[in-house]
Design a protein around this ligand. Structure first.
Ligand code: PAF
Length: 282
């Protein structure tokens, strides 16, 4: 497994794959890999001849006061996990390599960034769009596998890849959950034992709401109230938002449609957790 630190090293590796007519699959990460990431890597390995994983904690997607400094990191462990799976290359640039002095370009994706996390983390998706565009330009992968847990991010990346003709096929991967339903996240490491117990209410609320839709409830207001009640009944949980949106536009909807997704962000202790679920039965 090659460890590439610069854009130039990355380009050389990619050129070699292209010369050998090998397809390149890509999994972007901020490291501290868990089973959710590994599932994305496995999917990329199934679909492409060569797979590169990026490990880069991107400062531009964190606002002042967020957890950039505390974000968990364990580079050696990440390398071991990738090596075991058969990853071909790691792209792990330093911040100065990605954002050298004088850097001033931005990538703004408009409407789909306005709601949900975009409302509550101003600038977050500008940072995500910028780094993903830079990674796609450095790597030129044929495909990138990304998790549905970061549902709005997935929509944003699909949009920018299409709008900027980057030619990267975005492959969504279903959210990977612990056996008790907690969606896997590097931020789960912030949870105490009691907080982790409370955090299960996110998944429980999504399942309860989906059941209500199955039984015929279509009024979004009623569904949101139910989800909030389940989460608020738990200690340690502070809801940031619960919305039901159209999967394509990210706009709020009032009645459940086949495109309806319930998405939520909840602080459990100091961990900000997100989760989502499609609501339409079947
Ligand atoms: O989902 C993440 O880990 C990050 O937002 C990403 C896509 C690697 C960009 O920094």
């Amino acid at each position: 497994m090659e460890i590439l630190r610069t854009n130039a090293e990355m380009s050389r590796w990619r050129d070699e794959c292209y010369r050998k007519k090998q397809t390149v699959g890509f999994v972007p990460t901020m490291g501290y890999l868990h089973r959710g990431h590994l599932a994305l890597v496995e999917e990329a390995l199934r679909r492409a001849d060569q797979v590169v994983v990026s490990i880069f904690v991107n400062p531009t997607q964190f606002s002042p006061g967020e957890d950039l400094d505390q974000y968990p990191r364990d580079f050696e462990r990440d390398l071991d996990l990738c090596r075991e799976l058969g990853v071909h290359a790691i792209f792990a640039p330093e911040v100065e390599e990605m954002y050298p002095a004088g850097f001033q370009t931005r990538v703004l994706v408009d409407r789909v960034t306005q709601n949900l996390c975009g409302l509550h983390r101003p600038g977050h998706f500008d940072g995500v769009a910028l780094v993903v565009t830079k990674l796609f330009c450095a790597i030129h992968p044929h495909l990138a596998v990304m998790g549905e847990k970061d549902f709005q991010q997935l929509v944003v990346v699909k949009r920018l890849s299409k709008d900027l003709n980057l030619g990267v096929e975005i492959i969504p991967h279903p959210t990977v959950r612990e056996s008790d339903g907690l969606a896997m996240s590097s931020r789960n490491t912030y949870l105490s034992k009691e907080e982790r117990q409370s955090a299960l209410s996110l998944y429980r609320s999504l399942l309860a709401v989906r059941e209500m839709v199955k039984e015929g409830e279509r009024r979004v207001e009623v569904l949101i109230d139910r989800a909030k009640a389940i989460i608020e009944a738990e200690p340690h949980c502070k809801i940031q938002y619960v919305h039901v949106v159209d999967e394509d536009t990210m706009a709020d909807i009032a009645e459940v449609t086949p495109m309806a997704v319930m998405a939520m962000a909840v602080f459990v202790g100091k961990a900000r957790l997100i989760d989502n679920m499609r609501l339409w039965p079947g």
